[in-house]
Design a protein around this ligand. Structure first.
Ligand SMILES: Nc1nc2c(ncn2[C@@H]2O[C@H](COP(=O)(O)OP(=O)(O)O)[C@@H](O)[C@H]2O)c(=O)[nH]1
Ligand SMILES: [Mg+2]
Length: 212
């Protein structure tokens, strides 16, 4: 059974829910206000079993304070994909998205990137006390072209809303099932970014699934 290891960086301002989102996806857990401030970088590993291979995704979760915005090249090195998280109720975290994206482009060039508008539960129309959404859905949709990202999702780490759905797209991108809008793996050095754990040859073309 072939195993593939991918590095995925998770960035965005402090307090938007990066650690909580990963906790929901990897452990199906949400710890409310008990998340400790991420100090530098935390790691989470998600293993997905497919018919013919195992996909290991190593998530690099950063602190995200303003002063850590300019991260070292080491943090970005050989990342296969990127997730940028913001808080749908906090305009500043939305406005800062373009800086985060520019930082990724600057360090890595175009790689598949998902934007997650987290804390959807707070603006959900079914919420008893809904808060205002800091950006409308049309503008969010436009981010795909204005920031040149692969996809944008509303998510909630708290309720789990669209967490698995958004991460299924990431899994498909990493396995080469879906050719992302930008940074097509076959054209960039995806093979360098895809660390194969056993000695079976790597798929040569990312437009086909490596895992079947
Ligand atoms: N209501 C709500 N709160 C959330 C959600 N995700 C995270 N939080 C809260 O937001 C705060 C910051 O979360 P954390 O994951 O530490 O943010 P990080 O600094 O980006 O890693 C915590 O109090 C979480 O409980 C969410 O989807 N909904
Ligand atoms: Mg954190």
């Amino acid at each position: 059974m072939t195993e593939y290891l991918y590095k995925v960086i998770v960035i965005g301002n402090h307090n938007v829910g990066k650690t909580a989102f990963l906790d929901r996806y990897v452990n199906n857990n949400f710890s409310g206000n008990n998340y400790k401030r991420t100090l530098a970088v935390d790691y989470q590993l998600k293993v997905v079993q497919r018919k013919r291979c195992t996909l290991r995704m190593q998530f690099w979760d950063i602190a995200g304070q303003e002063h850590t915005k300019v991260l070292t090249r080491n943090y970005y090195n050989s990342a296969s994909a990127c997730i940028i998280v913001f808080d749908i109720t906090n305009k500043k975290t939305y406005d800062d998205l373009k800086e985060w994206k520019a930082e990724v482009d600057n360090k890595l060039g175009q790689i598949p990137t998902l934007i997650l508008a987290n804390k959807h539960d707070l603006v959900d129309k079914y919420s008893t006390d809904p808060r205002e959404q800091c950006v409308d859905d049309m503008e969010l949709e436009n981010l795909k072209s204005t920031l040149n990202v692969t996809e944008v999702f509303h998510v909630s780490a708290k309720t789990g809303y669209q967490v698995n759905h958004s991460m299924e797209l990431l899994e498909q991108i990493l396995m080469g099932v879906t050719i992302p809008r930008c940074g097509a793996p076959a054209e960039t050095s995806q093979d360098d970014r895809q660390i194969k754990v056993d000695n079976v040859s790597a798929p040569s073309n990312s437009s086909k699934s490596c895992c079947g």
